[in-house]
Design a protein around this ligand. Sequence first.
Ligand code: F6R
Length: 614
Amino acid sequence: MCGIVGYVGMRSAQDVVIEGLRRLEYRGYDSAGIALVDHGTIASDKKSGKLANLEKAIEESPLPASTIGIGHTRWATHGAPTDRNAHPHLGREQRLALVHNGIIENFAEIRAELEAESHELLSETDTEVAAHLIERELDKGVDLTVAMQAACRQMEGAFTLVAVDSQDPDRVVAARRNSPLVVGLGEGENFLGSDVAAFIEHTREALELGQDQVVTITRDGVAVSTFDGEPAEGTRYHVDWDLSAAEKDGHDWFMRKEIFEQPRAVADSLLGRRDASGRLQLDEVRLSDEDLREIDKVIVIACGTSFYAGMVAKYAIEHWCRVPVEVELASEFRYRDPILTQRTLVVAISQSGETADTLQAIRHARSQGSKVLAICNTNGSTIPRESDAVIYTHAGPEIGVASTKGFLTQLVACYLLGLYFAQVKGTRFGDEINQIMDQLEEMPAHIDTVLSHADEVYAMAKEYLGTPSVLFLGRHAGYPVALEGALKLKELAYIHAEGFAAGELKHGPIALVDNGLPIWCIVPPRGRDQLHEKMVSGIQEVRARGARTICLAEEGDTAIEPYADVLIRLPKVPVLLQPLVATVPLQLFACELATLMGHDVDMPRNLAKSVTVE
Ligand code: F6R
């Protein structure tokens, strides 16, 4: 989820691009870079770290004046956040400069093809591969627009690409597939940005591009085409947000924006995970198949929301791989003298990659000879650096303190790990794994459906304004969802909230139930295992004692209807994957209730985004 800017006009391109990058820095800050077209050459600079590092470098070693340029602020996906991996990337002859957001899924194949033609690639990024590819097209004597179209036809995945050609000082060309890009329409100048925040201070007239489109901006015009070179059209609109709303994509909070970004984040976390033959490939898993086959126990360690993702991992890995899985709070782990051997795989889940409790736990595990695999959202952070292997979640930066898209993409990474492990151990057939992958790939659309009912959840939040306490009940994979729903409410609304395994109610917590107590019930899908029926009985029991039941149940579940005071429908999905849809209304509820209570949702009291002390 990087930030991208492009400009052609009459002003200093450096000023416009740097200002645009500053507005987009919330999208990523692992590195920043700029490229300008200067009398037949590309002048560029790039630096790891925040934009300020790039600004300092340019101050010390100024770039030539130019009125056409591109810029990038990076959230690392392929390759560590270093100077070398920073964008822009140049083509072989340094004629073309390119910035990119997204993941090119078939980059390894293209890279091999280019290397066979003696292209020397200097970085670990998929972007440099694309730069060489587009420049190779330019060498055929076509213009940048045609070269971009031809290159896009060869690439798979999700990408926004923005390029300039040193031999063509009049055009910036961009392309998009499954990744954002908007055009800012000016007078005698035009702009490109990952979102309107990049250019909102210069123009409020914008053009939204469709899927698989290429756009060419010049000083006097904008031309849109398909990847096949057919003329196409974008959708023109007027932006009436202020700058801060623009950064939040029109939402009031980063958290709400991140909740609505979840379909995209989940799709990104699934990108590039299957090879051409359909087998799962997790290229950041640096453990050999032999190592993985030897594993006889998995211990998941994590804190807070990440811990709940770990609980779901237990259900999935044990079911698919038949290997015992323990889930431990990282802060407790090393103090109880855990049994760790070389055949134990420790899975550390951390959005930030910097949580001190989790870091200390993995250090302890490695000192005992166990292998550690990190599931992490932050490329180059300490936890993946100190682990034997890593699966990145590709959610993009999470700015709201309460984790949302971080959690959903952690779930995806846990499923991927379980399926990969099953593939290596041979505990599931390839077609079963492919079937579950197909179901996972349908999840972004299902999450979208849940989000389209946000207003119903908001109306309920209004109704429960002032409630002192809320309970959450779940079973199986719905139990961690109940815990996560309660945590979100505690963090944001500062009210008493607790999640329970529904079967435990009668062993004590049912004493809490009183007239009017709101209880969220995550109803498992109907299946062969009586889970659903048992949950319905539990719901009847609390309702009989005066609770108001807010039930999350799959489409077509009529058995729940008589016992639900409020019924929110979930798409029909398998029980193990249900957390991906069932969590979303709980996030919306907590966000809305806290907003109505006048709390700062992005920065709740007493909390920090990254907890770097034990
Ligand atoms: C809850 C939340 C925290 C984190 C926890 C672990 O919304 O954000 O509970 O999940 O502090 O953080 P990471 O995943 O960065 O290790």
